[in-house]
Design a protein around this ligand. Structure first.
Ligand code: ZN
Ligand code: ZN
Length: 587
């Protein structure tokens, strides 16, 4: 451990001990299990028996924790023979600790360590702070409660998990709390509902989002844009069914990889299908449908379609985790001498697409290579792997991607470049990926006739640009806080009538804008214009046009831009030209 600076994880975990100590002081009957450090803090899983805990109890617990921290208590380590420790845990009725010790013993441990802070002792491997005076006052806070099965197993008892936040300083904690408030405002589940973008139905089922007309506008715009960018680089659209025989995935290896996540579909007529968990094997069959020559390559297929994964039922919620995933997928089949150029193309597609969203530059790249200690985790030949990894490293240099080499992050069949983006709150999201695959074409016996007439296997390059539309929509909602760029906005211009008499003028103007391919909505409700303006502001519409006597009888419009307090005057023709120009440039 670095002696100069204590890792914040050590502090976080030490504070978990203080939480346990405080809980034991208040509820001596509570049974402790485990309390690790996590991102931004720590948690402790506790069995409170019949006592009901709510966040109303946090203040009391926090007060005790702060009191303990203030007393300059040492964390003292004591080693003990495991049999004695086990006996002591059993005598004290600490069933979870006894179970942990029993497992450690079965694993061959003979001695375990305990740490004592003040009057409280806990079984733990460490490390901890030396003294509680290393924990700054106000640098931690209890955060939320959740249920957690003991050892993550649904068959076990549900324990109470108390989450805490902890940082090196109070200032860092305060910043994090501010960020959490902002994140809550931007939560895609909340904004998705307010902005009427998608919904869920109990009758349809959890994890199966339904897109409203407004949500669909965003999805269609994204799809048009990604397809236009990919078409520039030679991709062509294909379409494949949502079902396939399991044989397809047995051959590809996905049946084994996704065995727990496959949806099986059968019929009374004897059909036995699975819902496709990926598109790749389908695309190999389009390639295989005709003889291919070296001159035909590269061949590039793209498809935005659903794929299906049976996630654990407890894990679905919002758009981040769904059963039916609309994936923007694509594959290139090329010769080995074309791979490098092709990967450069794909990186340029990623650059073009993400630049249009203002996200390019907010990213870093991972060169995800094998776990060299565990070659059995991968398929394919070592020579191919070596070559691919070398090629990706060269591309990273040539394109100045500055990719960080990450061992053990490769895909099953090959190394990859992964692009990690940061959203406006600093949350890191991995979306685009480019993967080289020598194995799949061999498994499916895909070939092309080379110059000399011999049959060779092409190389398959998998790429995802925006990934899943669901996850991407969630990212965009949160990144833009619902204030989408003009080209993605479901309603681009909102027309608000001042009084009933102005309705015909509003309708005429709306028709003109629609004819120019601008998405427009009219609010001619019988309520005050102030109310209507407030509603349009809440909907985060990029442009608002208020039509009263003056505007109804003149070629000049009063435009209120999103975020502006005042209106500006502009002629109708200039306004239409401005809007169309921005849409064209993805602003
Ligand atoms: Zn500990
Ligand atoms: Zn693929």
């Amino acid at each position: 451990m670095n002696k100069e600076k204590m890792p914040v994880e050590t502090k976080r975990h030490s504070i978990a001990h203080l939480l346990a100590a405080a809980v034991k002081e208040i509820w001596p009957e509570a049974q402790l299990s485990i309390g690790p450090a996590i991102d931004n803090g720590f948690y402790y899983d506790i069995d409170f028996g019949d006592v009901k805990i709510s966040d109303a109890n946090f203040k009391e617990i926090e007060k005790k924790m702060a009191h303990l921290a203030k007393q300059n208590l040492k964390f003292e380590r004591r080693e003990e023979k495991i049999d004695l420790a086990l006996q002591a845990a059993q005598d004290a009725g600490e069933i979870y600790k006894a179970e942990l010790l029993t497992d450690l013993k079965a694993g061959g441990e003979t001695v375990v360590s305990h740490y004592t802070v003040g009057k409280f002792t806990d079984l733990c491997r460490g490390p901890h702070v030396n003294n509680t005076n290393q924990i700054k006052p106000g640098s931690f806070k209890l955060h939320k409660l959740a249920g957690a099965y003991w050892r993550g197993d649904e068959k076990n008892k549900m324990l109470t998990r108390i989450y805490g936040l902890a940082f090196d300083t109070k200032e860092e904690l305060d910043d994090h709390l501010k960020m959490l408030i902002e994140a809550e405002k931007r939560d895609h589940r909340k904004l998705g509902k307010e902005l009427d973008l998608f919904c869920f139905s109990e009758l349809v089922g959890a994890g199966l989002p339904l897109y409203t007309p407004k949500g669909m506008v965003i999805i269609e715009e994204l799809k048009k844009h990604i397809e236009a960018v990919c078409r520039n680089y030679g991709f062509e659209k294909v379409m494949t069914p949502h079902l396939a025989k399991i044989d397809l995935y047995e051959l590809s290896g996905h049946a084994k990889k996704f065995s727990e996540e496959l949806f099986h579909v059968s019929s009374s007529k004897g059909h036995d299908f699975v819902m496709k968990p990926v598109q790749c094997p389908h695309h190999t069959q389009i390639y295989a449908s005709r003889p291919r020559s070296y001159r035909d390559l590269p061949i590039r297929y793209m498809e935005s379609e659903k794929q299906y994964r049976a996630e654990k039922t407890g894990e679905v919620g919002g758009l981040s985790r769904v059963y039916a995933i609309t994936i923007e997928d694509g594959h290139t089949f090329c010769r080995i001498d074309q791979v490098k150029e092709e990967i450069k193309n794909l990186v340029n597609i990623i650059k073009d697409f993400y630049s249009a969203l203002g996200l390019w530059g907010r990213h870093w790249v991972s060169l995800s290579v094998r776990d060299y200690a565990h070659p059995e985790k991968y398929i394919g030949e070592t020579a191919d792997w070596d070559l691919c990894e070398k090629m990706l490293a060269e591309i990273s240099d040539e394109l100045k991607l500055d990719a960080k080499r990450q061992e053990g992050e490769a895909a099953l069949y090959g190394p990859k470049l992964d692009f990690m983006f940061r959203d406006s709150l600093g949350k890191e999201i991995q979306i685009p990926t480019v993967q080289i695959d020598f194995a799949t074409p061999k498994k499916f016996n895909l070939t092309y006739a080379d110059k000399d007439g011999t049959a060779k296997n092409p190389v398959m390059v998998h790429r995802a640009i925006l990934g899943s539309y669901e996850r991407f929509l969630a990212l965009l909602i949160e990144h833009f806080a619902g204030a989408f760029p003009l080209w993605l906005s479901p309603v681009q211009v909102k027309i608000v009538s001042v009084a009933e008499a102005h309705s015909p003028a509003c309708t005429r103007l709306a028709a003109e804008l629609k004819a120019a391919d601008i998405r427009v909505e009219v609010d001619e409700a019988n309520e005050t214009v102030g109310n209507k303006i407030r509603k349009a502001v809440a909907e985060k519409v990029p442009y608002m046009l208020v039509i009263g006597d003056k505007e109804a009888n003149s070629p000049t419009l009063a435009v209120r831009d999103r975020g502006a307090a005042d209106t500006r005057e502009i002629t109708k023709d200039k306004f239409i030209a401005e809007v169309l120009n921005k849409i064209k440039n993805h602003l």
